[in-house]
Design a protein around this ligand. Structure first.
Ligand code: SAM
Length: 719
């Protein structure tokens, strides 16, 4: 399937070359790149801009005389703003350095990540900034650009590598100039104190939230308008470009943002450009309020990346602080840390993740090479064993575990969201059941060991056994070491009636409550065409297949190994109605589209889905794929509130009044959007809930129906 998607992508790319970040909303396009018609291919954008092979293809498919491309802004537009920034000495450095003579262009070590085939570095070089290192993961771009420049600009460096893999030493760069290739984490590490990160961007919602959120503590920030291109004649080519400048401070304090960006003129207020400018101004104002609150210096939050344990003594000599060891991913986000602080009622705390310092806590006798076993009680885990550990080239290390819970309590948010929390309980299953319950868990090592899928692995009861033995094809797994006294080998199989993740249950409740096709689920009506993106262990599609009679599901999974694991370890079965293939004829035909994908890159605090799926371009494509009565469903698990707000606003832009949300926790939400944007009122939902309850209780009174009814009552319009 992966191959199929790639092949289709390539064909498509020929006609429609990619554009930069937030591409649908913003112009300008670089020279030679034409506006494409709205793309109908749902899968076109998935990870598109992050993949080396796509960029490589993009550059290769350009004609020789169209090779040079300038994204967002030409040199004359940024020349004076940029050189002023480069030549001004940092006020954040100690006095002695600050008093030194003016900055000499030749002394600045400049990095241009994702340089592409832009002429920016050439212009800088010609203006005297000779120490420039250009990096791009497209081998072809680097080869052509270095050939082009080797005679005229011999000192300039060209490196073909992934920005993320840069082996530059810490604090080695004076300036990093980013134009349309943002990577905040590398920047933070390799910039010198007092160094500048200059980001030239159209500042779409996601980029805004990254910039404002990740450069909050310890960065002097300013935001500027990049003037429009003087010769830009066509309205189409006009667009808003901004320059964000972040100066790295030696201490992690927070200061106000200085900005000179102009307010939108009233005649432009309703244009898309006007709206996005106003949105940026509003976000900057909100951010100022936030920073104002924290700028007193009494509270300093250090992110884990900034917090180097070796330097502990430098943080608060002689003062009492709490050192907190945590092992939950949420605490690596700023918001999670604040929540922890509030719970601890501590003014000051040093928070570090257990895995980082576990070796320091080990008894002296431990050999360096010996793994140190440590066990956490956080999830009330009674026992846990690894069933499989494999490496996938797509997903990294994948682990399948069998876990016995003492009692599945999620203690984090029970006070705040008692109703949603109750969805996690299953009185019959967990509290009054005297036996331990075993769950199979699918874990991706790369996403900080977060569980991707979880399924109840139940014992096969005697009556069923006979029946099962007669069906020879059925595979079952045997596990040993269970708590049962009867035998050492007990047969088990996955219970496809049990949705272990409350958000899966929330998805089902939304389908049954608001899909215009809901009546067809339990009848013999025509098929409800459904695509689920993200297989994992396959619990969701298997449940749907079992309980929603007429759904015709296609599952899209990018990693073949995950599909194999789902089949072997989670009893995922392909059937006529459940096919695993790319959805090639989707446009306008899908009744339901569900995005159920975890992210492998948790650096933004976005754990579900991965970043590409919350881009407006993807959401619009997804909406295009829906039939007139189609429903889009997406599960989002996102820590930082700024990023959450950006995702809400993007979803609202796309689905308007028809957008509904079921909030499970402060950072965990399931969204439902209808193709038909007519508003759904609270009254309508409440009537639909009653109807659902009556019909489900009359038809099947099963444990899953109770959970669905409970969850459906938490669905609200998102205004
Ligand atoms: C939108 S283009 C911008 C090019 C150039 N900075 C400009 O302003 O015209 C993005 C460039 O970043 C490169 N790129 C994207 N992700 C990268 C990564 N992780 N490592 C290195 N290069 C990357 C792509 O190959 C592409 O050339």
């Amino acid at each position: 399937m992966d191959k199929l998607i790639m092949r289709r992508r390539k064909q498509k790319q020929k006609q429609n070359p990619p554009r930069g970040e937030s591409e649908v909303v913003f112009r300008p396009l670089p020279d030679g790149v034409e506006e494409d018609e709205p793309r109908r291919d749902l899968f076109m954008d998935l990870g598109y801009l992050k993949r080396k092979e796509n960029w490589e293809y993009f550059f290769r498919s350009r004609k020789r005389d169209e090779f040079l491309i300038e994204w967002y802004a030409e040199w004359p537009q940024i020349q004076s703003l940029l050189t002023d920034q480069l030549l001004s000495r940092s006020s954040l450095l100690p006095e002695s350095a600050g008093e030194a003579a003016a900055v000499q262009p030749g002394e600045l070590n400049i990095l241009v990540p994702g340089c592409g085939s832009s002429r920016l570095s050439e212009h800088l070089y010609d203006a005297g900034f000779k120490q420039i290192t250009n990096v791009d993961f497209s081998d072809m771009v680097i080869k052509k650009m270095s050939e082009r420049n080797k005679k005229q600009r011999p000192v300039m460096k060209w490196r073909a590598t992934n920005v993320k893999a840069l082996e530059f030493i810490d604090k080695s760069m004076d300036v990093i100039i980013d134009k349309a290739a943002l990577d905040a984490f590398v920047v933070k590490r390799i910039l010198k104190d007092g160094g500048r990160f200059i980001c030239i961007t159209v500042a779409g919602p996601i980029v805004r939230s990254i910039l404002l959120f990740h450069f909050r503590f310890g960065w002097k920030t300013s935001v500027h308008d990049v003037p429009e291109e003087p010769e830009s004649s066509s309205e189409n080519q006009k667009g808003q470009v901004f320059m964000f400048v972040f100066e790295k401070d030696t201490c992690a304090s927070v200061g106000l943002i200085s900005t000179d960006i102009r307010k939108c003129e009233s005649r432009d207020a309703e244009s898309q450009e006007g709206k996005s400018r106003s949105q940026l101004i509003k976000e900057l104002e909100d951010e100022q309020k936030y920073r104002d609150k924290y700028s007193g210096g009494s509270e300093v939050l250090n992110t884990l990346k900034d917090l180097n344990l070796e330097e502990l003594k430098e943080y608060a000599p002689g003062r009492r602080i709490k050192l907190i060891l945590v092992n939950h991913w949420i605490h690596s986000s700023e918001e999670g840390q604040k929540r922890l602080l509030a719970k601890l009622k501590a003014a000051r705390a040093l928070i570090t993740q257990l895995k980082h310092i576990v070796r320091k806590l080990a008894p002296r006798c431990c050999d360096v090479g010996v793994p140190i076993p440590f066990f956490t009680s956080g999830e009330m885990v009674k026992a846990c064993r690894t069933v499989l550990e494999v490496f996938s080239t797509v997903t990294g290390k994948i682990i399948v575990e069998e876990t016995v819970y003492r009692k599945r309590l999620d203690y984090h948010d029970q006070d705040q969201y008692p109703e949603a929390f109750s969805l996690d309980y299953d009185d019959d299953d967990l509290n009054s059941n005297p036996k331990d319950q075993v769950f199979r868990r699918l874990i991706f090592h790369q996403s900080a060991g977060m569980t991707q899928s979880e399924a109840l692995y139940k014992e096969v009861v005697e009556e069923n056994k006979k029946e099962i033995h007669t069906t020879k094809k059925k595979k079952r797994q045997i596990i040993s070491g269970s708590s049962s006294k009867k035998a050492s080998n007990i047969e088990r199989e996955i219970d496809h009636d049990y949705l272990a993740h409350p958000y899966h249950n929330a998805i089902i409740s939304g389908l049954m409550l608001i899909s215009p096709h809901r009546k067809r689920f339990t009848t013999n009506g025509p098929n409800v065409e459904t695509v689920v993106i993200g297989l994992g262990g396959g619990s969701l599609p298997m449940f749907m297949k079992k309980r929603l009679a007429t759904v015709n599901i296609q599952v899209v999974e990018i990693d073949d190994l995950v599909s194999d694991i789902a089949t072997k370890y989670f009893d995922f079965k392909e059937a006529a109605r459940l096919r695993d293939k790319a959805h090639s004829e989707a446009a306008g035909k899908l009744d339901i589209l569900i995005v159920d994908v975890g992210s492998l890159d948790l650096s933004l605090g976005l754990n579900r889905p991965s970043e590409e799926f919350v881009q407006e371009s993807f959401l619009r494509d997804a909406k295009n794929c829906l039939s007139e009565e189609g429903l889009f469903v997406m599960s989002v698990f996102c820590g930082p509130s700024a990023l959450r707000a950006a995702i809400h606003s993007t979803l609202k832009n796309v689905f308007g009044e028809s957008l509904l949300c079921l909030q499970l926790k402060v950072d965990e939400e399931v969204f439902f959007g209808l193709k038909n944007e007519s508003a759904i009122t609270e009254d309508y939902i409440s009537a639909a809930c009653d109807e659902l309850e009556t019909s489900l209780e009359a038809a099947v009174n099963h444990k899953w129906t109770k959970r669905v009814i409970k969850a459906s009552k938490l669905i609200r319009p998102l205004r």
